[in-house]
Design a protein around this ligand. Structure first.
Ligand SMILES: Cc1ncc(COP(=O)(O)O)c(C=O)c1O
Length: 461
């Protein structure tokens, strides 16, 4: 077989054009934004929780590719499974046979939520949510979905209908019939359920935006109310699932919570292959797939593909062998307690919250006059600029990648690969302390950068 295609040679020849190619052919705002904040790095290689540039500098990843790199990059076991599955020359995606890998992955996944029975495999978090919304509407025969203020469930049209931020929704109407309820407000939930047209409440047990956790008892009480009104509870574990919060699923922090549908994606394939899973109760699946005529009523061309399934099986196996869930809990507690201790020292540091390795660091109005003036000026220009002022030096000066946890929020979210170790925690705490020292000294580069951000925010209005 002759081949002209050489991936390594192509990258060697044209890799340097990466930012220009994006500017020309893809979303032009990404390279623009990266140039503006000095995030336009060239990472050559990655391993575990670290990236490396051409000079061999080591960057600590506290973002995990928005959570997909649960096991860090290039875990050898997942990588081997992918090599193996390619080398096996499987008759994948014939579409009219039953391959073993999807069944095996479903079996292994369902072992972590024994009250659920069946799985639909798709390719992205938003597809997992779309599936849950469709299944809930079909199974209940009702149109309306409830969601929580500030929720994020993905950006395709159905998931967008249950998005709690106007910024994402504006201009895309009409969406599905929906209603937002505040996370934790059972009275609001009850009021909506009484109308009799609600299929489900979809909820992130810990919201990705702002890292807000459902108050204790809420999920269980909500589940009871929903069931009383013949509606379903959908847990969106796309970000919180697979050990992120120190339990396999975040809903498991509370006894007695048994969601009717659970959405999983991101970390399931170790970051290599797009994959998602919607887990549900038998009766829901049996209703949707009620006859042979309806066998393809909800399906996806790439669903259950062998690479995704093989990677998923390898990930679950590594999670067990390396006790990833317990590790996320222990290292997460260490990181959170080290950061929480800093709130006594830094008046700009308002709160440290979250579970496992999903941690929110919130900044707030300082008491001292000197800092308050600067803080107020930033807030007047745009909320979220201070958090941006922290994220930028963390990368520029300390080579640590983090993100602001949503637009207009003074919260940084840490969702590192679950394999970070104590040395990574120390490195982060040291760097964060240095950045906080700088911010509280009131002078220096950081506030100069703040002034640049204010100018940009005002110009962008
Ligand atoms: C809770 C939650 N649900 C759904 C999604 C959408 O996932 P995807 O980007 O794979 O479509 C995300 C993505 O961040 C998420 O955090």
């Amino acid at each position: 077989m002759s081949t002209e295609f050489d991936l390594g040679a192509l990258l060697a020849e044209r890799g340097a054009e990466r930012y220009d190619l994006h500017a020309r052919y893809l979303n032009p705002q990404l390279p623009r934004m990266l140039h503006t904040i000095g995030f336009d790095k060239v990472y050559e290689r990655a391993e575990g929780a670290h990236f490396y540039d051409a000079e061999g500098n080591d960057y600590l990843d506290m973002l995990a590719g928005f959570g997909v790199m649960g096991l860090g990059r290039h875990h050898p076991v997942v990588r081997k499974a992918l090599h193996d599955v390619l080398d096996l020359d499987l008759a994948d995606l014939t579409r009219f046979d039953c391959q073993p890998l999807p069944g095996l992955l479903a079996e292994r996944l369902l072992a972590h939520s024994p009250h659920l029975d069946r799985v639909f495999f798709g390719s992205s978090g938003t597809e997992a949510v779309e599936t849950a919304l469709k299944f809930a509407r079909y199974a209940t025969g009702r149109p309306r979905i409830l969601y929580c203020d500030h929720a994020f469930h993905g950006l395709t049209t159905g998931s967008l209908s249950v998005n709690g931020e106007r910024g994402f929704r504006d201009g895309f109407a009409p969406l599905l019939p929906d209603t937002a309820v505040p996370l934790g407000d059972l009275d609001a939930l009850k009021r909506e359920l009484k109308k009799g047209d609600v299929a489900a409440l979809v909820v992130e047990p810990i919201q990705g935006k702002g890292v807000h956790e459902a108050p204790p008892g809420y999920l269980r009480a909500a589940q009871e109310l929903l069931h009383q009104h013949k509606a379903l509870l959908i847990a969106d574990e796309v970000q919180t699932g697979l050990g992120r919060t120190g339990d396999f699923y975040a809903y498991q922090h509370e006894d007695g919570v048994e969601p009717d549908l659970v959405c999983v994606a991101k970390a399931l394939s170790g970051g290599y292959v797009p994959v998602s899973a919607t887990l549900g109760k038998d009766w829901i699946f049996k209703k949707v797939y009620s006859s042979m005529d309806r066998v393809l009523v909800h399906s996806a061309s790439f669903g259950s593909n062998a690479q995704a399934m093989a990677a998923g099986l390898a990930v679950l196996s590594v999670m067990e062998d390396e006790q990833i869930v317990a590790r996320a809990r222990t290292v997460g507690e260490l990181l959170k307690s080290r950061l929480a201790a800093l709130t006594a020292t830094y008046e700009l540091l308002a709160d440290v919250r979250g579970r496992g390795l999903m941690i929110g660091i919130e900044f707030g109005r300082p008491d001292s006059l000197k800092l308050r003036g600067r803080w107020t000026m930033l807030q007047a220009a745009r909320k979220g600029l201070f958090a941006q002022m922290v994220v930028v030096p963390l990368l520029q000066r300390h080579r640590i990648l983090t993100q602001v946890s949503g637009d207009h929020l003074e919260v940084i979210k840490l969702i590192p690969p679950l394999v970070i170790d104590e040395a990574d925690v120390e490195r982060f705490v040291e760097a964060f302390t240095a950045v906080m020292d700088d911010a509280h000294s009131g002078g220096g580069l950081m506030w100069d950068f703040g002034r640049t951000l204010i100018k940009q925010a005002v110009a962008g209005r």
